[in-house]
Design a protein around this ligand. Structure first.
Ligand code: MLT
Ligand code: MN
Ligand code: ZN
Length: 304
């Protein structure tokens, strides 16, 4: 199976339009050894023709233009996108559906009932798309059980609920529900190869650890290096944990978690623009390197 990283950045991307943090400023002025990044999404295929999108980024248009394998091949209107799976209802993961409105077929969207609720109320993308391509919603399991996706051959998915917060516009923002955020194991049926994808991972619950221990590749939350990174640079008053993200450094951080899992390729994704790992000459980037942890970038392709 092939996994294409369409966008490796967190909400806002890198650099963020209004951000003058050390990273964003230095990247803009070519004073950093680092790469610009679009907002969070991956595409997966086993035939290089039919693709399942995980999340739809506000930057999807540029992401598709940079990726010939998913572009129109036959007839006046065509696409390699056969379905979309949404991890949550956050803006950086769902806004791209509006850019897919010209589709000639209903958009097949796999997501939890909670995400569907947000996308028909607080951020009514599903309702808006009724006036364009329309959405065909497929509910996903929250208990780790498996399912397959129409028109996507040789892939089996296993989805489970993660502890997180619904977005600010959700009707249940202050009342967390199962399915506000999910993790997914993507498995190629014919080879048994598996990747675990969780771009928003605040807590390593037992069922999450067990999923992480049983895959060939981890594509997990790389949002923040430290718990108070946004506060320290004056960008926000929110801690990583409050936003549903486990920071990489320190006791119990993502590096420690990953170090306890042997024989797996480990890749961080959904990297916030304040994170020092974006600077490839930084100590943080070197520490990841020493621990065998990679930092994903837009256009990275993983073959499993
Ligand atoms: C998050 O991952 O915490 C959110 O997407 C942040 C945002 O985009 O506002
Ligand atoms: Mn996000
Ligand atoms: Zn910034």
């Amino acid at each position: 199976m092939k996994i294409r990283v369409l966008g490796s950045g967190a909400g806002g991307g890198f650099p963020q339009w209004n951000c003058n943090c050390d990273n964003c400023r230095r990247l803009r002025h070519q004073q950093m050894n680092g790469k610009a990044r679009t907002q969070s999404s991956i595409a997966v295929s086993t035939d290089n023709k039919n693709w399942l999108l995980f999340n739809t980024s506000p930057d999807i248009r540029a992401q598709l233009e940079a990726f010939p394998a998913i572009q129109p091949k036959e007839g006046i209107r065509d696409t390699g996108i056969k379905a979309v799976l949404l991890i949550d209802s956050q803006i950086d993961h769902t806004t791209g559906m509006l850019m897919l409105r010209e589709g000639k077929e209903p958009l097949n969207v796999y997501c939890s009932e909670m995400v569907k609720q947000d996308l028909t109320t607080g951020f009514p993308v599903f309702k808006m798309l009724e006036h364009y391509c329309t959405v065909k919603h497929h509910p996903v399991p929250l208990d780790g059980s498996s399912f397959t996706v129409e028109a996507i051959d040789d892939i089996r998915l296993y989805t489970h609920s993660l502890k997180s917060k619904a977005p600010p516009y959700s009707p249940h923002r202050h009342d967390p529900h199962e399915g506000d955020n999910i993790g997914v194991i993507i498995e190629q049926i014919s080879t048994g190869k598996r990747v675990y994808y969780a771009p928003g991972l605040g807590e390593i619950e037992p069922h999450v650890l067990s999923a992480m221990q049983n895959v060939d590749c981890l594509l997990v939350d790389g949002t923040f290096w430290t718990e108070d990174e946004m506060i320290a640079c004056g960008a926000s008053s929110k801690k990583a944990q409050e936003m549903g993200h486990l920071a990489q450094s320190g006791p119990g951080g993502m590096i420690e978690v990953l170090n306890a899992i042997p024989d797996t390729r480990k890749i961080l994704i959904h990297i916030n623009n304040t994170n020092p790992i974006l600077d490839e000459d930084s100590d943080a980037f070197k520490i990841l390197n020493q621990n065998g942890i990679e930092v994903s970038y837009d256009g990275l392709e993983i073959e499993l």
